[in-house]
Design a protein around this ligand. Structure first.
Ligand code: NAD
Length: 459
């Protein structure tokens, strides 16, 4: 943030007030302004691209390929789509008016929410910070961004990028951790967009509820991946390994555990082992492009999971480098820690099943997941699973790539989230749809008035 040192909540109050004044000035409202700001953001991302790549390497050991395909590339595509469609999204829309309202016309007017707060996590610290910012800009809001302190290099580059590109009364980055968030959550925002864990999501929602501030919560959960007996096993193995071990499993929509039909379990395991070796070599933890666990706390949490079942493959760790090899594990109990919380790391439990009741039982033992993946050819089976189980979003015969389609809403359900974004869905998350009825003054229908006689009067 440029000119307001953030030591006291009074300074946050001043910042929020300046953003509210800027918003009320109407500066952010025109479509031309929004498109221009989106172009500025795109240019700034290009200018800072090398710094962003270096920061992602430093914070998470992300390779350039992964950083581009899962962070910068996705953000640039969101900008392209917003620039292209924002005029259409923000147009008032005429809707029907019932005959009982004869003479009136009705319009839905998309209106920005005002001054918004966007809080991000550390695992995709560029994408998950900037994608909602793009939606908030397109919708005409002012924005205070709070990146995760657990990816400090990326947080710092984002701070410079935003400070050099935008006025602080329009968009500002504030840096810090939970205590800064606590102060931010006392401010009178018009909307809070939070991405992070379900436990912190509850804290955010509780604070927002005190002021009746609407929230979008993008949270986590245990996302199952089902492999049915009729699946193309070679392809399933490749796509599961890709989705699970990208960012070493530190992905909100990573397949959390596998439910494999017992007839194809052995074949799937041997195919997955081959794929892991092809992608990461025979010793992934020594591969310099294989990512690392973000910090000591998560490293020891994950290391403990390794003791909760039989390791089929992998299991090696490097404590000094916070590295854990891609691991397949079986024989885990449903009430073990690994099956109770979101794994968020490169350990994949395999559970087998014989019939669909077992699938329902296992998945529904946990809250509604953020994602679900199904590898199966049979259309009836696809229907049984995708219609019978509640989940935020997902793929049939693939993993994680649904979040790269900006035409699909991305979000959770139940404890995996509230609301969604990406493309127009992001615009909608930061927009109030104002319903306006314009009544004629040429005629007046008297029958709604007390003691009225039936009939229409000309005025
Ligand atoms: P987190 O909830 O620990 O932190 C997210 C943000 O909240 C950070 O900015 C952090 O500073 C802040 N925070 C942490 N503790 C707080 C507290 N007590 N009070 C107020 N604010 C606090 O999440 P994380 O570890 O950064 O990210 C991992 C989690 O996020 C996983 O559960 C993952 O599934 C989820 N996630 C969800 C999505 C999604 O799109 N649905 C994407 C990425 C991550």
């Amino acid at each position: 943030m440029s000119d307001i040192p953030l030591q006291h909540s009074e300074q946050l109050t001043i910042l929020v007030k300046r953003q509210q004044d800027y918003y009320r000035s109407g500066a952010t409202r025109t479509v031309a302004f929004r498109r221009e700001q989106l172009s500025h953001l795109r240019d700034a991302i290009h200018k800072f691209e090398l710094k962003l790549l270096a920061a992602l390497k430093q914070d998470l050991n992300k390779s350039e390929l992964e950083a581009y395909s899962t962070e910068i590339g996705i953000v640039l595509r969101e900008i392209r789509i917003a620039i292209r469609f924002v005029r259409r999204w923000s147009k008032p829309r005429r809707v029907c008016t019932p005959l009982s309202h004869l003479g009136a016309s009705s319009t839905i007017i998309p209106e920005p929410l005002g001054t918004t707060l966007i809080i991000g996590p550390w695992n995709y610290p560029v994408n998950l910070m900037l994608a909602p910012v793009i939606a908030a800009i397109a919708a005409g809001n002012t924005i205070i961004m709070k990146p995760s302190e657990i990816a400090p290099a990326t947080s710092s580059v984002l701070e410079s990028l935003i400070r050099e590109t935008f006025l602080p009364e329009y968009i500002t980055v504030v840096e810090g951790g939970a205590s800064l968030n606590t102060q931010l959550l006392e401010q009178p925002f018009d909307h809070i967009f939070f991405t992070g864990s379900s436990s912190v999501g509850k804290i955010v929602m509780e604070a927002a509820a005190k002021k009746l501030i609407p929230v979008t919560l993008e949270l986590g959960g245990k996302s199952p991946c089902i492999v049915h007996k009729d699946a193309n096993i070679k392809l399933a193995a490749k796509r599961i390994v890709f989705g699970k071990y990208t960012n070493v499993g530190q992905t909100c929509v990573a397949p959390d555990y596998l439910l494999v039909h017992k007839d194809v379990k052995q074949e799937l395991i041997s195919e997955m082992v081959k794929v892991i070796e092809t992608f990461y070599g025979s010793s992934p933890i020594d591969n310099p492009t294989y990512g690392r666990i973000v910090n000591e706390r998560h490293f020891s949490r994950l290391s403990e999971y390794l003791t909760e079942g039989r390791i089929l493959f992998g299991g090696q760790t490097d404590e000094a480098a916070y590295k854990i090899a891609p691991t397949l594990i079986e024989g885990v109990a449903l009430d073990s820690k690994i099956m109770q919380g979101e794994i968020f790391g490169p350990i994949l439990p395999l559970l087998d099943y014989e019939n669909s009741e077992e699938i329902f039982y296992t998945i529904q033992a946990n809250p509604k997941p953020l994602a679900l993946y199904l590898f199966a050819q049979c259309p009836e089976f696809q229907k049984i699973i995708t219609e019978g189980i509640a989940f935020g979003g997902g793929c049939i015969n693939d993993t994680i790539i649904h979040l790269g389609n900006p035409y699909l809403p991305f979000g959770g359900v139940g404890s995996s989230g509230i609301g969604s974004y990406h493309g127009e869905h992001g615009f909608r998350a930061f927009t109030h749809y104002k319903g306006l009825l314009r009544q004629t003054t040429l005629i007046d229908m008297p029958f709604r008035y007390p003691n009225s006689k039936w009939g229409m009067s000309l005025i």
